[in-house]
Design a protein around this ligand. Structure first.
Ligand SMILES: C[S@@+](CC[C@H](N)C(=O)[O-])C[C@H]1O[C@@H](n2cnc3c(N)ncnc32)[C@H](O)[C@@H]1O
Length: 190
């Protein structure tokens, strides 16, 4: 059985956690990574690593000194990626996106997310967006792929500059690119 089919079966078996029956398309993997800084040592956070298709694209775009914290709630998915991707820049976090502030200190330089926001309660969804915003450095992006436009407003309430693109696949995939324009990090003046 090929890997794509194995992934689809695993996603379908866990539909209420994954919110999908297949991986996001190649076009989305590329589009969602377009705001990753190309130089320096950026810290990237991925939410919803799954079997690592977007993770691979992030690693391809990431400079050698960068790192990525990839959050995934399903431990079996974490195991698949641990076996398949050997890269010192990748830190797998077997926990929910809502715990970001417990695992990542910040500042961070991009959030790349494919978690199923439509399945989350209001409070959990808002916490993930707000905590990510607080950790992001000014002028950097939270990019999210979803099968619906309906969650866009939640991002617009927090981020100052939000744009949406779409990709026609089996289901239409919407990608939100949300940029933080204000600085929230303390500057030490001593
Ligand atoms: C639609 S799949 C996306 C998988 C893959 N990144 C892709 O683009 O095809 C969503 C993934 O998010 C994971 N997930 C669901 N809730 C989560 C949460 N609160 N935090 C982190 N990951 C979560 C699911 O287990 C699943 O692997």
């Amino acid at each position: 059985m090929n890997q794509k089919l194995k992934t689809s079966i695993a996603f379908a078996r866990n539909l209420f956690v994954t919110g999908a029956i297949s991986e996001t398309s190649r076009a989305v993997e590329v589009d969602i990574c377009k705001n990753i800084p190309k130089e320096g040592s950026p810290v990237i956070v991925e939410f919803g690593m799954g079997h690592g298709n977007i993770t691979r694209q992030i690693l391809e775009s990431l400079p050698p000194k960068g790192k990525i914290y990839a959050f995934e709630v399903k431990s079996s998915f974490c195991e698949v990626v641990r076996e398949a991707i050997k890269d010192e820049r990748l830190i797998i976090v077997n926990d929910g996106a809502e715990t970001i502030s417990q695992h990542v200190e910040g500042p961070i330089h991009a959030v790349i997310s494919s978690i199923p926001f439509s399945f989350f309660g209001k409070e959990k969804g808002e916490k993930i967006i707000q905590d990510s915003y607080d950790l992001l450095e000014k002028d950097h992006f939270f990019s999210q792929v979803l099968y619906t436009k309906h969650n866009f407003k939640k991002f617009q309430r927090v981020f100052e500059d939000c744009k949406m693109t779409s990709n026609k696949n089996m289901f239409t995939e919407y990608i939100y690119h949300c940029k933080k324009l204000k600085s929230t990090h303390m500057v030490n003046c001593e």
